[in-house]
Design a protein around this ligand. Sequence first.
Ligand SMILES: Nc1ncnc2c1ncn2[C@@H]1O[C@H](COP(=O)(O)OP(=O)(O)OP(=O)(O)O)[C@@H](O)[C@H]1O
Ligand SMILES: [Mg+2]
Length: 322
Amino acid sequence: MSVGHLHGGRMEVAGDPPSRRLGPVQPGRPQPVLAGGPSTVPAAELRDAAVEVGGRVIWSGLDLTVVPGELVAVMGPNGAGKSTLVKVLLGLIPLSAGEARVLGRPPGKANQQIGYLPQRRSFDPGLRIRGVDVVRLGLDGDRWGAPLPLLARLSGRRRAQDARIGQVLRLVGAAGYADRPIGRVSGGEQQRLLIAQALVREPALMLLDEPLDSLDLPNQASVAALIHRISRRENVTVVMVAHDVNPILHYLDRVVYIAAGGAAAGTPDEVITTATLSRLYGTPVEVLRSMDGRLVVVGGPQAPALHSDRHAVGTSAGTGAR
Ligand SMILES: Nc1ncnc2c1ncn2[C@@H]1O[C@H](COP(=O)(O)OP(=O)(O)OP(=O)(O)O)[C@@H](O)[C@H]1O
Ligand SMILES: [Mg+2]
C-alpha cells in the first residue's frame, strides 16, 4: 500500500515498522496502553490495524491514538470502512492484523462504558414508544448492558435513573418533546433523543455513527455544537463518523480519514490537506478554504460533486466524504 499515515504529527509511511507497540493486556482493569508511554489510558488506540470483511481488506495500516476528552471525526467516502472502524472499536468485527485497545482493554470488553449511536436510524411514524422511553433503553434495556434487577427498579435506583434521564433530556434540549411518540417527532429531534440515549449511562466514550445524517444545515450546526458541549460538560470522549467536516471543524481535536484502503489520522490541519488527501487517494486532490473558512475538496475520484446525494445543500462545501 502506498498510503502514508499521520501519527502524532509525524507522517508515517505504510510499510514502516510501527514505532510503538501496545503493552500486554491484564484483564479486568484499564491498563496504560503504550509500553513506556504516558500514564493516561487512551480512549482508543489502534496500531498498524487492518480489517477484512467477507475476505476483502477494507482498510489497513491504521494508526490512531484517541486521547481522553477528545472529539474525533472519522471521515471518508461511502464504503471506505468508517462504520467498520466503529464496529472494530465495539469488538463486533475483529482486526485481521495489528492491535487495538479501547479504554485500556481489548475491544468489546469495555462496552459498558461506551455509548453507541448506530448509523441510519429511522422510526416508523406509527411507533408509539415515547422519546423518554427510548432514552431509558440506554440505561436498562439495550443490548450493550445487563438489565437491572427487578428490586433495583423498584428502589431508589429508579429515582436516580429518572433524574439522570431528566438531566440528559435537558442537556440535549429534548425535554419539551420527550413525552411524544418517537415516530412523531422530527429527524433532528429524534437525533437529539438518540444522542441522549447514548449519553444516559454516563459513558467514558461515545461512538456516534453519522449523528448529523439527514439533518438540514442549521440542525447539523446545532447538533454538532451539542455534541461538543456534551464532550466538555460530561467529560466524555467522542468518536463520530461525519460526512462533512465543516459543521464540526472548530470542535475537532483529531480526524481519521479513511479512503482507498488506507487511512490518515492527525489534527484537521494535518489530515485535510492537499498533500495528505492526494497521497491517501493516490491521485491529485485539492483542499481549498473558502472565504468563510469552509473546507472544500476538489478533484480526485471522490470529489464532493460526485457524491451530492442526500445532503444536496451541504455537499458542495463538504470534504468528499461521500
Ligand atoms: N457483512 C458484510 N459482508 C461483506 N462486506 C461488507 C459487510 N459489511 C460491510 N461490508 C463492506 O465493507 C465496506 C465498508 O463498509 P462500511 O459500512 O464500514 O462503510 P462506510 O464507510 O461506513 O460507508 P457509508 O458512508 O456508506 O456508511 C463496504 O464496501 C461494505 O460493502
Ligand atoms: Mg457507515
